[in-house]
Design a protein around this ligand. Sequence first.
Ligand code: SAM
Length: 294
Amino acid sequence: MSSPPTIERAQVRANFQRAAANYDQAAVLQREVAGRLLERLDWLKIQPRRILDLGCGTGGALADLARRYPQAELVALDLAEAMLQQARRHEGWVSRLRRRRRYLCADAAQLPLADDSVDLVFSSLTLQWLDDPAPAFAEVFRVLRPGGAFLFTTLGPDTLRELRQSWAEADGFHQHVSPFLDLHDLGDALLRARLADPVMDVEHLTLTYDSVRALMHDLKTVGARNASAQRPRTLTGKGRLARMVAAYERHRDAEGRLPATYEINYGLAWMADPKPPPPLDTLPGAIPIMAQRR
Ligand SMILES: C[S@@+](CC[C@H](N)C(=O)[O-])C[C@H]1O[C@@H](n2cnc3c(N)ncnc32)[C@H](O)[C@@H]1O
């Protein structure tokens, strides 16, 4: 039996460290999705004092967050220091003078923030890089104040389906593309973390390309390299690559373009007021129920 796919965090960090300098040139989808997520803040009647941008990347959302909530302190957090350096570079001098922004290099699963210290956790296209969202959701639970909100986007399993299919046709191997969690698993994980009233929805966006090479180049530039532990470790032979490209060519649309589908999952959950006790298995020293049974 094959083991479930896992994502290697060290590899994710290395990929984004390398991508930081040129990320913005190719991050068309990321900008679009972050923009759509920011618009959803219009629905929320909150006045956050502190906002966490979880996986802020080069900081594309920070200026908008600062404009919407001028009184709030912004905490920009990312696993890759080089991404944070870019984000800091983009910060205007007015914002620097106001000193309402902090940059933290840390893992979403281990936030260097105090309990009940954040009113809004905003996160765009980061959660798909976590092997398991549960530890990060437990951290979101821990740091959110009563009444706080968690608003995020992540990628669903339909993402890059043309590429996945084309590789499968070329060599029968599916792990060329990172695995993605589906909407229901995410909703369940939010509830298990005791985040309240989760609402999830999905939309499909399609980017089109002249060539498979252009798509692969964009993926590489934004750091979206395969980080699954089961990814192929050997160099891809020319024959297999050519077979994959030939398979992808069959997706060419009426306008002569090659589509790349992205399944965008949007999520919103709240911290109940009063805050419930944390889930039992996240308390220090707690033994997960499954382990107790054995
Ligand atoms: C696709 S980028 C999105 C960046 C930004 N939110 C945007 O919309 O442009 C994903 C970001 O998540 C960060 N990331 C990945 N895994 C992470 C983790 N475990 N903890 C914190 N950040 C992480 C990466 O370093 C990268 O900057």
